[in-house]
Each structure stands twice: as C-alpha cells, then as structure tokens.
Design a protein around this ligand. Structure first.
Ligand code: PLP
Length: 408
C-alpha cells in the first residue's frame, strides 16, 4: 500500500468523518483520536506491535526523514497509544500529549527535558513523595538547584521567583494535604523570570481543573489514578503546546523510552470514555463524606477544598469545579484511634491508591510518604494521626454509614 492509499498515519489519524464544528469535551472523550482499521470495528483496535513495515526501501528512507507520517517504532509512537494521546489532549484542550508508562515517568520527563546543569527550579513543597524525591535528591545530583516554597503563600513565591528560573513545579490540590496553589498567580510570577510552569494535575483530573486555562504551560498526569480509575494499569501523560512537546519533550522521551505500552493505552483510552461521569460522581460523594466527617465529634480535622473551612476554598472555587475526590483527616486520639477506625471499615478498603472507583483509605506517614524524613513530614503537616481518604463510586450513604460505625 502506498503512503497516499494508507487510511491514516500518526499525524492525522482519523475515522474518515470529521465534524466541522468544535465538539463538546464529553463527545471528544468517546470519539477523539478514533482510528478505525478498515474493518469498521466499534471498539478501538489494540495494536500490539513493536515495529512497522514499509512498502519499499525508499518509503523507509522518506519515513525516517519525517517526510511521511508512517509509524516507525513503538518507542516513538504506536497507533493505539496515539488514540489515547489525542483523546486526552482533546479533553484537556492541549495541543499535544505524550503518554508514558507511569505518572512518575511523566513527572520526571516533563522537567528533565527542560533542565541542564546550573539551572534553577522552584516548587511548592506539599506534593506526592516520589515527586519530592525527584526534585530534592535526583535533580540536585545533576547540578540543578531546587527551592521549595509554601505553595499557598504568595509572598514566598514572590521571594523565590526573583531570579532566572527554568521551571516551576506545582501540585494542586496536593497529595495528601490538599493544599491549594493559585495557578494564575504563580504562572504570572513564573513567566516574568522565564520559567515553564508544570502542574501535577493528578488530584484534580482533567474533568475538574484545566490548568492551561489559568496560565500554566505543561500538565502531567498519573493515569493510574482517575484516568484508569478502576485499579488495573499504571500510566502517565504530559500535555502542552506543540512547541514544548515537539522541541523539548519528544527529543528527550524518544531516546530515553518512558513509553506507555499499547495494551495499557488501550485500557486507558476506554477509561477516558467514562472519566467525566466517574469523576463527577466521586466528587459529589466526596463532598457528602467530607461534610459528614467535618461535623463528627471524633474527627479533629478534615482537609477538603470543597469545605468553606478550607484555607484554599476561595482560590479553589476559581480554578477547580469541585472539591475533588480525595480528602485527608485526623481523629481525636491520634494514630491508635485512627488505626482502630480504619480496621473496622467494611466497605472502604485500606489501600494506598487513589482516584479509584473503590473508596480507599491510607495512612500516608507510614506508606506513601514514608520515604520522607520525619522533619519534612512534620513541615508538610503529614502527622502520624493523618489519613487520606479517596472517595469512589459506591453510594455515599454506604460510605457514610461505614465511617459512622468505624468511628463508633
Ligand atoms: C500517584 C501520583 C503520582 C505518581 O504516579 P504513578 O502512576 O504512581 O507513577 C504523581 N503525582 C501524584 C499527585 C500522584 O498521586
């Protein structure tokens, strides 16, 4: 088959009929990137192939010279992975997307592709612990300096962003403290000193928060969380402008190989079809659970950006449509009271994942954030009496009842 006869290539993968109006994101989430094989299948095809063949030696030459849009090799791109990337980019409203094998490979690549020895990075301190390790231990080994600030404090950002800075990394809401960073405020300050603003949008998901609309430049996801949301596969994604993706990110990822597998892409692209419905329901369940917990006499504190008592409530209401699916809480009686209550739960599972259809509770100090020193944990507010609760798709009445019985 010659290039002109081939139904599609990686640049313009299409199902043949393209509407001439801008589709609603809900429609994009089931249709964007669709690339039917010619058999007319309704379900997206899974292309488990590492390589691709060429009709002639000349076609291979032209393809490697980037004169065709023939697929070359699955470390560069793969038809199934492309559907996932195009669909997520359409939902996010980003120009391009690169999918990766995990959230951490997305986080690492999104920043490693930008920095060189001597460069400076500023980050909000409250974040997922592996991201903290990349910034506080791995990048400094390579001569990159990293300064951490309190993400909710404008004065801290103003002080830090007074020198040339290559990248700013923020997580909002943060895991597990649910600290809120004002994306528009930080982006404005960061752009004045030449920084690329990268947002870890895992906790919000593309359904509840679109950081590009608030001035950020790059979004990264752990697709393991809400995007899969059903406890099956790891995955990640980086989204941004064509300039960032083609000129900064791809030269890094294509040669270092953090690829998402075609199989995992196929699982994740089907998950995108239901992402909006799932996240909206989980968000309203979480709001109900947070309201219940915040009025319970045995609960000391609930950190949930959907509660008016949360210090980031106002900012969050501007940049996120809801409080999200996850909260953290502490009980009167500390860790022993907390463990006792966790062990009594019969619907909510003890697990360190989040964004799942099943409600999950974990003790960050001894699990997800164990790797951080006790001093850093104390600084971040991750005390021994803190639990993180990710609210799933069960009926909120069952979740509240489970918690009510466990709290005794
Ligand atoms: C889980 C998580 C990550 C890492 O994602 P993996 O898919 O586990 O590699 C990064 N950031 C946040 C906020 C997370 O919750």
């Amino acid at each position: 088959m010659s290039e002109s006869e081939r139904p599609w290539g990686y640049r313009e993968q299409t199902h043949g009929k393209n509407p001439d109006w801008q589709l609603h994101p809900d429609t994009e989430s089931v249709r964007a990137g669709l690339a039917r094989s010619g058999f007319g299948e309704t379900g997206e095809a899974l292309y488990l192939t590492s390589g691709f063949t060429y009709g002639s030696a000349e076609e291979a030459v032209a393809s490697f010279a980037d004169e065709t849009d023939h697929y070359l090799y699955s470390r560069f791109h793969n038809p199934t992975v492309s559907v996932f990337e195009k669909r997520l980019a359409a939902i996010e409203g980003a120009e391009l997307c690169v999918a990766t094998g995990s959230g951490m490979s997305a986080m690492f690549a999104s920043i490693a592709c930008l920095v060189s020895q001597g460069d400076h990075v500023v980050a909000s301190a409250s974040m997922f612990s592996s991201c903290y390790v990349v910034l506080s231990e791995i990048l400094p080994k390579w001569g990159v300096t990293v300064e951490f600030v309190k993400g909710s404090e404008k004065a801290d950002w103003e002080k830090a962003l007074n020198r040339p800075t290559k990248a700013v990394f923020i997580e909002t809401p943060s895991n597990p403290m649910l600290e809120i960073v004002d994306i528009a405020m930080v982006s404005e300050l960061a752009h004045k000193v030449g920084a690329t603003v990268i947002v870890d949008n895992v906790m919000a998901s593309p359904i509840l928060q679109k950081p590009l609309q608030h001035g950020a430049d790059v979004i990264m996801y752990s697709a393991t969380k809400h995007i899969d949301g059903q406890g099956r596969v790891l995955g990640g994604a980086i989204l941004g402008s064509a300039d960032y993706i083609l000129n900064q990110l791809q030269p890094f990822t294509r040669h270092t190989g953090p690829n998402l597998s075609a199989f995992n892409a196929w699982v994740l692209l089907k998950s995108l079809e239901t992402l909006g419905m799932r996240v909206e329901r989980m968000n309203s369940n979480a709001q109900a659970v947070a309201e219940f917990l915040s009025s319970h006499p045995k609960v000391e504190a609930v950190n949930y950006p959907g509660l008016k008592s949360h210090p980031g409530y106002e900012i969050n209401s501007r940049q996120m449509s809801g409080g999200g699916t996850t909260m953290s809480l502490s009980l009167k009686g500390g860790q022993s009271a907390l463990f006792e209550a966790m062990n009594k739960l019969v619907v909510i599972d003890i697990s360190n994942n989040l964004g799942d259809s099943k409600s999950l509770i974990t003790h960050p100090a001894s699990t997800t954030h164990r790797r951080l020193s006790p001093e850093i944990r104390a600084d971040l507010g991750i005390t021994d009496s803190l639990a993180r609760l990710s609210v799933g798709l069960e009926h909120s009445s069952d979740l509240i009842r489970d918690l009510e019985i466990a709290l005794g």
